[in-house]
Design a protein around this ligand. Structure first.
Ligand SMILES: Cc1cc2nc3c(=O)[nH]c(=O)nc-3n(C[C@H](O)[C@H](O)[C@H](O)COP(=O)(O)OP(=O)(O)OC[C@H]3O[C@@H](n4cnc5c(N)ncnc54)[C@H](O)[C@@H]3O)c2cc1C
Length: 570
């Protein structure tokens, strides 16, 4: 008879980036979690390299210590652009894409800048932060098995079978919900019968992590990535620290996708051909294999089970948006889950995770796949296997690495957002270009605020509750926010921008948020604008309370109480 353990927090399956981030986000809202990870340690083989601007904004919420450690593993700025298409790293250059996505838009647009490093280091930092939290129980070396409950809308708990890998002990773990952050093969997604929509196994790669002093041979020719194409090597070379730590992705066919064929000797030969230095002597650190997929789960939620990270979306890595989409999805979902579990929001709020994130991710998947196809066409053209010229193809591939629009400009439409009837700002390319705006559904823009000699960002004012931002004459909103908070039982802070301590020295706040001095916006815990009233002239005192009641689905909370009371009386 398996032993049974029950607790009131969330069971997170997967201790990769998405699972660890989910635990940190839940802890911000005071929610406990157990993280089950079948590996004994965090990953050794580096995969994702880029934490983009939006991810680093989210990381500010995990505390100054985590943020600074992440900043500390960043590569020098001159390695963040361009993407180079070359015959070999030291050989002929066929073309290049100048990119902004990996160096960030600058501190006018965001208080955070991207970090270019490697996933092994990022996971260790998140692991250490989770270990330091008394709300997170890290169980590495524990494998989740059969999901026993939690997928029905009527379920009030979720449970799963677990095996402790060293002890062999099997136990049942029951919590309030399950977050499936169990990676692209997601056993939980399969158990729930949630299909993936899209393409699988599009291309095959051998990934090799190695150490070699390539930098010495480049003589100033740095790049975020070198796409190499010659008779002996097709694939990519990726710097990890500009100090000799590298990854390469060797393009292979389906029938040679085998790490026995691509052993240390063969990988070293490939690296020499790709770099273009015949006597290079790389130290091979690990070899893995992976395939390009472009697919999205048909739903991200069933009952009390949320699908997050690669389990929800499989992205081609061309664009560096895989792990970032995971972090951004987790941040969208966890405040909603926390409020639902605390009985302060109804099930409709949780459903908006699926409604808001799926369209964004589908967009990112399409473009990442296009990037992948563009890279393949450029490679074929550069060895004379395509009719188009390689430089023309490079010119057309501009969106690769230039994704600020989708990163910061994405727009959510759901019951957790109140439209104010205005149109989204026009930009030349919504995928690449971003224009700050305070329209409901958008990321609340960053504005530097003066506090004596110090400065802080508007983004630092958000969470873990809701936040009202108003101008210097918005006195009435402070009282309305207090009343709303008391009525709904969720913290609602109110800040009057332009007053001492929150000085708008550059005089951009009102314009960026689309407000008059007495107007207000309501910002959600994830930093997205939920509602806006441009002017306070027709302000109604209970308007905020009504808006928040609808966003939080308080009607749903009442119905659940009613159902539970009815059940108890039967
Ligand atoms: C070559 C390559 C390059 C990439 N480059 C980039 C990039 O530049 N930028 C980017 O954003 N993304 C990139 N990615 C994608 C990125 O690596 C993934 O998006 C990221 O690892 C996903 O994180 P995750 O936590 O969702 O899943 P994973 O990292 O896969 O973690 C899932 C975890 O769940 C665990 N697990 C699974 N099943 C169970 C179970 N039953 N019980 C317990 N534990 C379980 C696994 O052991 C694993 O540790 C790249 C991927 C590859 C392959």
């Amino acid at each position: 008879m398996p032993q049974s353990q029950a607790f009131t927090g969330v069971i997170i399956v997967g201790g990769g980036p998405a699972g660890l981030a989910a635990a940190l986000e839940l802890a911000r809202f005071g929610v406990r979690s157990v993280v089950l990870e079948r590996r004994q340690t965090t990953a050794w083989h580096p995969k994702a390299r880029v934490l983009n601007t939006r991810t680093m904004e989210i990381a500010r919420g995990w505390g100054a210590g985590v943020y600074q450690r992440l900043r500390g593993i960043d590569m020098p700025d001159d390695w963040k652009s361009p993407i180079r298409f070359v015959k070999s790293a030291v050989g002929e250059e066929i073309g290049r894409i100048e990119t902004e996505g990996f160096s960030g838009p600058g501190d006018e647009i965001s208080p955070a800048a991207p970090v270019l490093s490697s996933q092994d280091l990022v996971e260790q930092i998140l692991y250490d932060a989770a270990l330091a939290s008394n709300l997170i129980d890290l169980r590495f070396g524990h494998e989740a098995g059969k999901v026993l409950s939690g997928w029905e809308d009527a379920d009030r708990a979720a449970s799963i079978e677990v095996t402790g890998k060293s002890s062999g002990q099997i136990y049942t773990l029951e919590g309030s919900a399950i977050v499936a952050a169990d990676g692209l093969e997601s056993p939980i997604r399969d158990q729930l019968g949630i299909p993936l929509r899209g393409e699988r196994n599009i291309s095959h790669f051998i990934g090799c992590y190695f150490r070699a002093d390539i930098e010495r041979h480049l003589i100033g020719r740095s790049a975020i990535i070198f796409f190499v194409s010659n008779e002996a090597a097709t694939g990519a070379l990726q710097p990890l620290d500009a100090q000799g730590r590298w990854l390469c992705q060797i393009g292979v066919t389906a029938d040679t996708w085998d790490t026995k064929l691509y052993d240390e000797r063969r990988c070293a030969e490939w690296i020499r051909a790709a770099v273009g230095v015949a006597d290079l002597d790389p130290e091979i650190l690990s070899i893995g294999r992976w395939r390009v997929n472009a697919a999205v789960a048909e739903r991200f939620l069933r009952g009390r089970i949320l699908i997050c990270g690669d389990a929800a979306h499989l992205l081609p890595p061309t664009g560096g948006l895989g792990v970032n989409s995971g972090f951004q999805g987790v941040q969208n979902a966890m405040w909603k889950l926390a409020l639902v579990l605390q009985g302060r929001a109804g099930p409709e709020l949780l459903r908006t995770y699926d409604l808001e994130r799926r369209p964004v991710v589908e967009w990112v998947v399409r473009q990442s796949l296009q990037n992948h196809r563009d890279v393949q066409s450029i490679g074929a053209a550069s060895i004379g296997q395509a009719s188009d010229s390689a430089p023309d193809l490079v010119g057309a591939a501009r969106r690769y690495g230039n994704h600020l629009g989708v990163e910061l400009g994405g727009n959510y439409v759901s019951s957790a957002v109140f439209s104010d009837g205005t149109a989204a700002p026009e930009v030349a390319d919504p995928y690449s270009d971003y224009k700050p705006c305070g329209r409901p559904g958008h990321r609340a823009p960053h504005v530097w605020l003066g506090r004596g000699k110090e400065k802080l960002s508007t983004l630092d004012l958000f969470g873990p509750g809701f936040t009202v931002l108003t101008g210097a004459r918005g006195d009435g909103w402070s009282l309305a926010a207090k009343a709303a908070s008391a009525a709904i039982g969720v913290p609602v802070a109110c800040y009057r921008i332009g007053r001492p301590g929150l000085e708008d020295n550059d005089r951009v706040f009102l314009d960026r948020y689309g407000l008059e001095q007495d107007g207000a916006v309501l910002v959600r815990p994830d930093g997205y604008v939920a509602w806006r009233k441009a002017s306070g002239k027709e302000m109604q005192f209970d308007e905020l309370t009504n808006v928040l009641s609808a966003i939080l689905d308080l009607q749903g909370v009442r119905e659940i109480h009613h159902q539970d009371a009815t059940r108890a009386n039967v």
